[in-house]
Structures are given as C-alpha cells and as structure tokens.
Write a protein that binds this ligand. Structure first.
Ligand code: GLA
Length: 395
C-alpha cells in the first residue's frame, strides 16, 4: 500500500481483496471521495446554498459478482470483525456490525425503488479518509455502494439520483436526517472545482478553485463528532419550528427562501429565542455562501476568508454546533501570518476545520497550531494539505 493520504492504487485494493477472499479474477475497483465544505454549513436541509468540494481521499471498494445468492462484506478498516456473510434476502436488513448499516441501507433503498440485485456479491471496502471526522466517510460508502451496484447490474442510475439514494438511505435507514450536500459532493465532485449547489432545486454550478499560491489545509481535532446525530436532528427541528412560526406572516416553506431583510422583519414571529438564533444562522449563512462564491469568482480571497470567519462565529454562537477543540484550532490559526480563512466544516461537535493558507506559510502554521493545540487540549490534532478531486467512479 502506498504511504500517505491519497496514494492508494487500484492494485493495492485488488491485493487486499485477494488476501480476504482468495481470488481476484473478475474483480472491479471503484472509488468515492469524501468532501470538505468550504462554506454554507447547516444550510442544505434549510433549502439554502452550499459550496463543498470532493477530495482525493475517500473510500475504495473491490467487488465481484457471484453465481449464488451469498452476499459477503468486509471492511479493511475494521478488519477485526472479519467477513460478514449474508444473502440477497437478508442483506437489506443488516444492522451489525455498525459499519454494515451503510451498504445495507443502500441495498434496501435500491430494492425499494425496484433495483433488486439478482446475484450475490463479494465486496471489500477500504477508506483512506479518517472516519467520524466530518469529512463524509459515511456518505462516501453510500455513494460508492449505490454507484457500483448500479454499474455492475446495469441499473443506469444517474449520479444525481445516486446522491438522492444515499441521502434517503442515511435518513431512513440510519436515522440521521442529513441534507444532500455530502452525497452530492461525493457523487458529483469535479477536480479542482467546488460545487455551488442550490439545495432547494438541486441546480448546481462548478466553480474553479484556483488557489495559485495557496493551499486548502484540513485540521482534524481528533475529537469524534459523536453527539452529532442527535444534536443535528434537534437543530433541524428547531429550524422547522422557526419556519412554522414565520409562516403566519410570510408564505415560505424553508428558511432558504428568506433574505436578511425579510428575516429581520419577520423574526419577531418566532416564539422561541433559541429558534430565532438557529434561523438567523441559516438565513445569513446562505447569503454568505452566495457572496463567497462571488468573491472567489472575482479572485478576492481576502473577502472569501472573511466570510469563512463569519461563518465560524455564527456556527459557534447562533447555531451552537462548534466545540472547544474546533474553536481552539480557529483561534490559534487565524492569528498567524498567511492565513486567509479558517472555520469549522461539516456537522460540527468535533471533526475538522478547513483553512486556506498561503503556500509559504503552510508548514509554519501547521507546526505552531499543532503545538498550541496539544498544549491546550492535551492530545494532537492532524493536518492534511488536500487537493480537490473527481466524484465517484470506476478505476
Ligand atoms: C453533515 C450533513 C450535511 C450537512 C452538514 C452541515 O455533514 O450530512 O447534510 O447538513 O452536516 O452543513
């Protein structure tokens, strides 16, 4: 196996498959990326805009169809649980071990839409993306599974529908009421581009991210975002409550339909003060995202960075999805030379920050932030200088 993030080859994955299943004839290899969101957080289930990009790290699978109805799943990342063996009838209700609930949810969703597998399958998964770090490792497994089954069985499902299937499965099989951003980025990513997506309509536009002398650096708190699912679902409900209240004054279905002026005019209708703050984040973050894309197009990275900073403050204070570890990374980073912007990214409660840093300062920032983080938190943060890659594909 190659060393370092993003250096895994097709042969590496086939070798892993061979080690586990003892054959490699007829094996295909697929890859789906994780994502980092540059700006537009907690807007995707509010009918707002997001601006994520696919990474060159993610999840790989080696797969082969069988001539019987046996379904075997294996994850190299949790190799201690070994091969999980089931069959075509039962794979759609598999819940344990935990990681299997992602591929099983996809098989269940596909079957409910008439895409039933008529042959057994052997799959080996391997992710080179940190799990539970807010970089969409689970969305990458979902998108990967849906895409490869569609490809192998000739279902011909479009990539946008692959994203929808991934989201549906996560909402209804895994009980996490996520929006569509993560699955969309993994399915639709494009090298060196971020995706400006309107989640109300799924209209999207690729925006080239020409960073010239700058890099995207992801900073991992190494704090698993375990609270995320329950708190996430709570945030979602709080936003829905705000919409219900506002509806008595203006006819809207989502917060994404409001601009800031309308929000300021109608916010008095929202009964609960916590819901006012949640809604304010959703409305202003949506506007920041639109403005950030404009700034990027105009080559104004200073403005882009300023909007990233505002996004973090709003997520911390109004939306309350940050945490001490994320805030420390932001604080320690933003005071250093060469930093354009830094903010938490993804669902929050742990996970990662995303930053844009001048090439010449990247090493010094990583060194200094790393040292300060360890001193204040007690354990290490990890840093990844990343590239923007393509979406799901067969290798
Ligand atoms: C998680 C969800 C996404 C999105 C982000 C927050 O990553 O899966 O749908 O809501 O949180 O922006």
């Amino acid at each position: 196996m190659g060393s370092g993030l993003g250096s895994v080859t097709k042969t590496d994955i086939i070798d892993l498959f061979y080690n586990v299943y003892g054959y490699k004839e007829g094996v295909s290899v697929y890859f789906a990326p994780g994502r980092v969101n540059l700006i537009g957080e907690h807007t995707d289930y509010n009918g707002g805009h997001v601006f994520p990009c696919a990474l060159t790290i993610g999840t790989y699978a080696a797969v082969s169809l069988r001539n019987d109805d046996t379904v075997r799943l294996y994850s190299e990342n949790v190799s201690r649980v070994g091969i999980v063996k089931t069959n075509l009838d039962e794979c759609t209700s598999l819940r344990a071990p935990g990681w299997c609930a992602y591929p099983a949810g996809i098989m269940w969703t596909l079957e409910s839409r008439g895409f039933k597998m008529n042959r057994g399958i052997d799959i080996l998964y391997y992710g080179d993306i940190p799990a539970g770090a807010g970089l969409s490792s689970s969305a990458s497994i979902e998108v990967l599974t849906a895409y490869m089954i569609s490809d192998l069985f000739g279902f011909g499902i479009s990539n946008v529908d692959i994203a929808r299937i991934g989201q549906y499965s996560e909402n209804n099989y895994n009980g996490m009421n996520c929006g569509i951003m993560d699955q969309f980025a993994s399915a639709m990513g494009k090298k060196d581009n971020a995706i400006f997506l309107d989640t109300a309509t799924l209209e999207y536009e690729y925006a080239p991210v020409e960073l010239d002398d700058k890099k995207i650096v992801i900073m991992n708190t190494n704090k698993k975002h375990s609270l995320c699912d329950s708190e996430y679902n709570t945030r979602r409900r709080e936003c829905e409550k705000a919409v219900e209240d506002i509806k008595s004054g203006i006819n809207i279905e989502t917060l994404g339909e409001l601009n800031e002026e309308q929000f300021e005019e109608y916010k008095c209708l929202i009964k609960d003060s916590v819901c006012v703050r949640r809604a304010r984040h959703a409305v202003y973050e949506n506007r920041r995202t639109i403005n950030a894309v404009e700034a990027l197009k105009a080559g104004d990275m200073r403005l882009f960075g300023k909007l990233m900073k505002e996004s973090h403050v709003s997520l911390r204070d109004d939306y309350e999805v940050s945490c001490k570890e994320l805030d420390i990374l932001v604080e320690e980073t933003e005071k250093l030379d060469g930093v354009y912007g830094v903010r938490m990214t993804g669902g929050g409660f742990g996970g990662c920050c995303v930053s844009i840093i001048e090439d010449a300062h990247v090493d010094a920032v990583i060194e200094r932030v790393g040292r300060a983080y360890k001193k204040r938190v007690g354990y290490d943060a990890d840093f990844y200088v990343v590239s923007i890659g393509d979406g799901v594909r067969r290798l």
